[in-house]
Ligand binder design. Structure first.
Ligand SMILES: Cc1ncc(COP(=O)(O)O)c(C=O)c1O
Length: 381
């Protein structure tokens, strides 16, 4: 028997996103030099910024910086369409995947609506749902031993009452993708249930922020399930988080439902120029993927040698299990004293006993492994 999903009334005020301490806060609180603070909490990919710097130095943008960006971001849309294998009218540009998620909320979650969130997952699905005055139905995923996969029967059941299903594959923070065929089967079931009950199938927002790391996307499922919206970003595998560029990919009629909520010119002209080039030049992406995979294996092995229980990962981050929230908290504190910022989870979170760590470059990862060894041996920083 699958557990019954937990439905929460939307609180007032809604749940907010919480950040780890800023670099300056860490430096002041722990007495470390500001340039020694390293962020392992944000799932970014440090990479040589050569391409971006060259384009910014050239400054040959589509429009002068004194003007607004072109309203249709045409060259960026064409580059993204070619990269993702879709038509330009199946794409919408936003200021990062986060703006796209927000637009999905605005388009499909009126006050009083219900959104299903398989947990644990990216915190913004709950935040956005509650900001719309809609209700979250949280469906626990299967556990670590089952690869944190979706509980398919429970998810399917919960979605009967829902307007939106938020999916994330590979999933943040569990670092694994849904097993092949799972999302396909779920979408078929949702379409069949809706047909039997004579209602419109729910919108399925499938966040593929980390898709490049597994080398496959489920974007083709939009033909089978027209209410599918796939979310992509330049922040992770393209290593361009600071530029804030993300995309919705969906059938034209679904894009047309989201587009009215798009603000004018939220993506800056330099961001448009750099991401257009990055999407068109696969060597940048390929280099990052090779580097992340190599460093991920090295970092995971080093942390395991230091006694950490690190789960498998197909992404650019690792999830480590410390058994108790108290031990996770002590380890986080030990890392912070050394200027290393992990992603922590609140005491009432199902992952309170875990820390999430970004795979960074060799030097940063070596510092993390050394810190893990020192903490295990009780050596002071
Ligand atoms: C699953 C997921 N979706 C979206 C985002 C936000 O991406 P962006 O930088 O494109 O807004 C993140 C960032 O951590 C994420 O983990």
């Amino acid at each position: 028997m699958s557990p019954t999903p937990v439905t929460f009334a939307s609180p007032t005020p809604p749940t907010t996103y919480t950040w780890e301490a800023t670099n300056v806060e860490v430096a002041l609180r722990y007495g470390v030099r500001l340039d020694q603070v390293v962020r392992f909490d944000l799932n970014t990919s440090p990479a040589p910024p050569n391409l971006a710097l060259e384009i910014l130095a050239r400054g040959d943008f589509d429009t002068p910086l004194s003007e607004y960006p072109q309203s249709d971001y045409r060259r960026l849309v064409d580059a993204a369409a070619a990269r993702y294998g879709v038509e330009p009218d199946e794409l919408l540009v936003g200021a990062g995947a986060d703006e796209i998620l927000d637009l999905i909320g605005k388009a499909f979650l009126p006050s009083g609506a219900v959104a299903v969130v398989p947990t644990p997952t990216y915190a913004m699905y709950r935040v956005i749902t509650e900001q719309r005055g809609a209700t979250v139905a949280a469906v626990p995923r299967l556990g670590a031993a089952d690869g944190w996969a979706l509980d398919l029967p429970a998810t399917r059941e919960a979605v009967r009452e829902a307007d939106v299903l938020w999916l994330c594959s590979p999933n943040n923070p569990t670092a694994l993708a849904e097993p092949p065929g799972t999302v396909d089967a779920l979408l078929d079931d949702l379409a069949a249930d809706a047909a039997v009950e004579g209602r419109t199938p729910p919108v399925v927002a499938l966040d593929e922020a980390y898709a490049e790391f597994v080398g496959r996307s489920l974007v083709d499922l939009r033909h089978r399930y027209p209410r599918l919206v796939v979310v992509r970003t330049a922040s992770k595998a393209y290593a361009l988080a600071g530029l804030r560029v993300g995309f919705a990919v969906a059938r034209p009629e679904t894009i047309a439902e989201i587009a009215p909520y798009r603000p004018p010119g939220s993506v800056a002209t330099p961001s448009v120029a750099v991401v257009t080039e990055a999407l068109s030049d696969p060597t940048v992406l390929d280099g990052n993927l090779v580097r992340v995979e190599r460093e991920r294996d090295r970092l995971a092995a080093g942390l395991r040698d230091a006694g950490w229980v690190v789960g498998p990962s197909v992404t650019n981050f690792l999830l480590a299990d410390f058994g108790t929230a108290e031990r996770a908290g002590r380890t986080a504190e030990g890392l912070l004293r050394r200027g290393l910022v992990p992603r922590t989870f609140a005491a009432d979170h199902s992952l309170a006993a875990y820390l999430r760590l970004t795979v960074r470059d060799t030097a940063d990862n070596d510092r993390l492994v050394e810190a893990a060894q020192q903490i295990a041996q009780g050596t002071a920083p």
